[in-house]
Design a protein. Structure first.
Length: 317
């Protein structure tokens, strides 16, 4: 019976993964407004799940609409700001390769967001201080992660603008492979060989054996993908090829580590609110946040890693 349940769960997991893959990959490869709309839909669905996590009461309607709006603003303001700095009101000259090449949230918007939520906690008995601090921290993390997602897609356009959209999507696909293989390796190795639990308070099923299996499979898969891309004359970035293999090595190791961290962060949120999944959008596999928690963290940290290398390390060489 356990074998049949494992096979059914594995098959369902594979089917859901392939469906999400089939939806995401065309948007990533085409880029431009396709990936922007894809990210907006994903962001709004994730925020919806976040706002519905309180089982006993809903967040007040004005708070929910405010969080939806500010989430989009926090992600895309950098696109508006950079393009306006570059081209002013000449909208025909605006582009995502110019707009989405930084991870940054301005103090004014963050102050407005936090100040409004804390003011609501003061004036609305339905909205608690704990609610305000929860929404501020998680929405900020999600906004930066979605910025990181778009950064990984459009940054290659900025530094290697002679290439087509397919080649410029390789960096984001590389991070996706690293994240996906972390989950696959941890799942299979943990299922067959898992013995020592990592942290039962946060996740009762995750084991150290699964963790190491995920890290190893992720590293081999992502590094091999990058190596093949470089060998075919399509490096992920000018400094992520075999000539500077140490940068690539570092990123390929970081991705599975932060993917696991992302999984734990959102797992402890679910435990705190006493829910198994963020929603039932994907059936027994939960909701959007249940599927992209690891990928969000991988995108955020990978973007920060590449920003540091590009802005600081390469300048000093």
């Amino acid at each position: 019976m356990e074998k049949q349940a494992f096979q059914r769960k594995t098959l369902n997991r594979l089917i859901v993964g392939l469906i999400l893959f089939a939806i995401a990959i065309p948007s990533i490869m085409i880029g431009d407004w396709f990936i922007v709309m894809f990210s907006i839909i994903g962001l709004l669905l994730a925020i919806k799940e976040l706002l519905a996590i309180k089982s006993e009461t809903m967040f007040p309607l004005p708070i929910r609409w405010f969080v939806y709006g500010m989430s989009v603003v926090l992600v895309f303001w950098i696109f508006l700001y950079n393009n306006f700095q570059e081209a002013g009101f000449n909208l025909s000259a605006w582009g995502f390769d110019v707009g989405m090449v930084k991870l940054e949230i301005p103090t004014v918007f963050l102050t407005l967001f936090a100040g409004t939520l804390f003011f609501s906690a003061i004036t609305d008995v339905r909205f608690k201080v704990q609610d305000a601090t929860f929404l501020i921290s998680v929405v900020l993390l999600m906004a930066l992660s979605f910025q990181g997602f778009l950064y990984l897609r459009f940054f290659p356009n900025n530094v290697m603008n002679e290439r087509d959209n397919l080649l410029n999507s390789l960096l984001l696909i590389y991070v996706g492979i690293g994240t996906f293989m972390t989950d696959i390796g941890a799942y299979f190795v943990g299922s067959f060989f898992g013995k020592y639990k990592m942290n039962t308070r946060v996740s009762k099923n995750k084991t150290w054996e699964g963790f190491y299996g995920g890290v190893i499979l992720s590293f081999i898969s992502s590094f091999t993908f990058a190596f093949i891309a470089d060998a075919l004359g399509a490096p992920l970035l000018p400094f992520l090829g075999m000539e500077q293999w140490y940068f690539l090595l570092g990123l390929s190791i970081i991705i599975p580590l932060v993917s696991t961290l992302g999984d734990f962060i959102f797992s402890i949120i679910k435990r705190e609110f006493g829910v198994k999944h963020f929603s039932t959008l994907l059936g027994e596999h939960g909701g959007i946040l249940d599927r992209i928690d690891s990928f969000m963290m991988a995108c955020l940290v990978s973007s920060l890693y590449l920003t540091v290398i590009y802005d600081w390390v390469l300048v000093l060489q």
